[in-house]
Design a binder for this molecule. Structure first.
Ligand code: PEP
Ligand code: CO
Length: 455
């Protein structure tokens, strides 16, 4: 089996390139109070084992290449910001179950393989629109995710603490361990398709799921009676992803694969660059251009064709299938206007990145009672717009990227449970962006399955 060598032992040219980001503008980094303490943490992280392996990352690149070619579909979802306290067995299981349920709805509805990927086991750092937050008379550093500081509004909690990077690693490791146990240890067996629905409160989406699960059961029993071999159904591949934001975490987690001498960011299988950090001459794009992981880039409604072309040349100069995913987050009002020119220019240039929709981040609102929310109808509308645009252009709508939880929260408005503004007051838990709850997630999966099947 391939091994990872500490980055210092490798070819100096590779290292110089990897560290070039240090000469560039790095947006959205915390202001650590003590640089020596951060250096110590980086040295510790660099010695910790990799969280994922190069071989897995390479398989994922192949799977995403399939999706880019219209032969598979990517389902990527999880919290906006994972937190240390919520990395419990129950909550992780609920999220994995929700993603497995959504994936089965998509696979069954659209007869297409689904690549499952969590925004999980590493999504602990957040870009913010302001460095500080003011409440009444007090101004403190903004919350930048559990990897950086605490959410409590006190100076002690909001002061960036680099030892949190170690806790982010450890929490990612325990989360990933449980995900691997769930998906490889029998829990993800397709014959458990009913089990995944247990423990969630009853709602219309659940019932629709039950009906479908009965059909799947019947099909499986039929195949079993015919003597089919089920080893394929017993386990499932499940990949991890997060925004590659903090250099003090991503750089020490980057290792040289002994098979190929190339660097892999071993903090997750898939890393994306956010809308706020995708500057072409910035540190993030430069650093990620040098690791072998498949990469995502968020594209907001003001993205120009030139930006997209330059991102392709910088991040995927060899136009390698599966290397690059564009995650568009235009907003329901704008997608039909803003997306076609990007997709058609890329298509006309002969490139085939994977296009997926993030129908969450362009649809934020603040409710009258002060909650950061999203209307489920807007989310669904953006998904429909995404499919329409690709249908018109003859390109493949290759996936969805959603913020979701398996828990019964009330953060997004609407859906079949008709969550209203008042309900947000009782069940709003997110420290960052509002997530779809279990039932809204299933509903979204049914819509996507319909759109995919109707293509
Ligand atoms: C996010 O995915 O939570 C996020 C901050 O997205 P974006 O970069 O698209 O704003
Ligand atoms: Co978010």
């Amino acid at each position: 089996m391939a091994s990872f060598e500490p980055v210092v032992a490798a070819n100096p040219g590779v290292i110089e390139g990897l560290d070039n980001y240090r000469n560039l503008e790095a947006a959205q980094q915390p202001t650590w109070p003590d640089e020596a303490a951060v250096a110590e943490v980086r040295a510790i992280l660099a010695k910790y084992p990799p969280l994922v392996f190069a071989g897995e990352v390479d398989i994922l690149r192949d799977r995403l290449a399939q999706a880019a070619q219209g032969k598979a579909f990517l389902l990527q979802g999880g919290d906006c910001a994972e937190t240390f306290v919520d990395a419990t067995a129950d909550r992780i299981r609920n999220r994995v179950k929700t993603l497995l349920q959504m994936a089965v709805v998509l696979t069954y509805g659209a007869s297409m393989p689904v690549v499952k990927m969590g925004r999980m086991a590493g999504q602990f750092a957040k870009p913010r629109s302001s460095d500080t937050e003011t409440r009444e008379e007090l101004t403190l550093p903004a919350y930048r995710g559990d990897a950086v500081n605490g959410y409590d509004f006190t100076l002690a909690s909001r002061t960036p603490d680099p030892t949190r990077l170690l806790q982010a690693y450890n929490t990612s490791a325990s989360t990933l361990n449980l995900i691997r146990a769930f998906t490889m240890g029998g829990f993800a067996d397709l014959r458990s398709v009913h089990e995944w629905n247990k423990g969630f409160i009853d709602n219309p989406a659940n019932s629709k799921y039950e009906t479908m699960a009965k059909d799947i059961d019947r099909a499986i029993k039929f195949m079993a009676a015919c003597g089919a071999n089920f080893s394929e159904l017993r386990t499932t591949e499940f990949y991890t992803s997060h925004e590659g934001l903090l250099f003090d975490y991503e750089r020490p987690m980057t290792r040289i694969d002994s098979r190929t001498g190339t660097p892999y960011d071993t903090s997750a299988h898939f890393i994306w660059v956010g809308e706020r950090t995708r500057q072409l001459d910035g540190a993030h794009v430069d650093f990620l251009s040098r690791v072998r992981n498949p990469l995502g880039v968020k594209l907001g409604p003001n993205t120009s064709v030139d930006d997209v072309m330059a991102l392709i040349e910088k991040l995927d100069p060899n136009h390698e299938p599966g290397r690059l995913t564009f995650i568009t987050r235009m907003g329901a009002e704008k997608i039909r206007e803003a997306l076609p020119k990007l997709v058609s220019a890329v298509r006309d240039a002969g490139f085939q990145p994977l296009w997926i929709t993030d129908p969450m981040h362009g649809n934020g609102i603040t409710t009258a009672n002060g909650y950061k929310s999203r209307r489920f109808d807007d989310v669904m509308n953006e998904v429909r717009g995404f499919f329409e645009v690709h249908r018109d252009l003859g390109t493949f709508p290759g996936g969805v990227h959603v913020e979701l939880t398996g828990d019964d929260v009330a953060e997004c408005l609407g859906g079949s449970e008709h969550i209203d503004e008042i309900t947000l007051e009782s069940r709003y838990e997110s420290l960052c962006d509002p997530r779809l709850n279990h039932s809204q997630s299933l509903e979204l999966a049914f819509l996507v399955a319909e759109e995919l099947a109707a293509r």
